[in-house]
Design a protein around this ligand. Structure first.
Ligand code: PGA
Length: 230
């Protein structure tokens, strides 16, 4: 039985009321998963929802649900209007932070130098970066322990990459970086394909975008993983 990671990425979705509704619905069912010690769930939500979730997620701690952000400033506190620093995230109880998602690289022109700074800021503040790569061509900053591999064609398209192909990428990433690096796959992961990925030797879990917004689908994914991994 290997340890598996489920990283939910809500992207730019949900108001406070909607998030509260999602949590209330999910909470009861999560309790049924408490016997699954080998699953780590990270909820990566918009900055605006972090205080609300921080209060709620602490009650779910025994279930290993962690709070994550989707981005962090490449700078420390200071004159950087509009930014959210790693120290501020840490202060809210955030433990993980996604860095370098392809949507940020594409729409906000985040380049390698900036991503390196974000990773350094996160690490200095004691946050764990979940570093996103689009493929083997993307470089990974030093010290990164979790990589989320998300081929751009698979994101939100309903066309997930095959588990065999992903496994090969994961194997190469570990070979290149470190055997102990955690490699996750994201891109159109849904209840019916999640176990294909989780069963592969070099894949340590999944990142879930669209399906994590929907309580029913999210719980189905957790149940699938639980049944297969327990
Ligand atoms: P998706 O998104 O599951 O909706 O394809 C994945 C992601 O971008 O993290």
């Amino acid at each position: 039985m290997k340890k598996l990671f489920i990283v939910a990425n809500w992207k730019c979705n949900k108001t406070m009321g909607e998030a509260e509704e999602w949590l209330d619905e999910v909470q009861t069912d999560l309790a049924n998963l408490s016997n699954l010690t080998n699953l780590e769930i990270v909820l990566c939500v918009p900055f605006t929802l972090l205080p609300l979730l921080s209060a709620k997620v602490s009650k779910l701690k025994s279930l290993k649900v962690k709070l994550g952000a989707q981005d962090v400033s490449p700078f420390p506190d200071g004159a950087y209007t509009g930014e959210i620093s790693a120290r501020m995230l840490k202060d809210l109880g955030v433990e993980d932070v996604m860095i370098g998602h392809s949507e940020r690289r594409k729409y906000f022109h985040e380049d390698e130098a900036m991503l390196e700074n974000k990773v350094r800021e996160a690490q200095d503040a004691g946050l764990r970066p979940i570093f996103c790569v689009r493929g083997l061509m993307d470089s990974v900053p030093a010290g990164v322990e979790i990589i989320l591999y998300e081929p751009m064609t698979a994101i939100g398209s309903g066309q997930a990459e095959s588990a065999e192909e992903v496994n090969e990428v994961a194997r190469k990433l570990k070979e290149k970086l470190d055997d102990n690096v955690v490699v996750l796959y994201g891109g159109s992961v849904v209840p019916k394909n999640v176990n294909n990925f989780c069963q592969e030797e070099f894949i340590d879990g999944v990142g879930i975008g669209g399906a994590s917004l929907d309580v029913e689908k999210f719980l189905q994914i957790l149940n699938q993983v639980q049944n297969d991994n327990s």
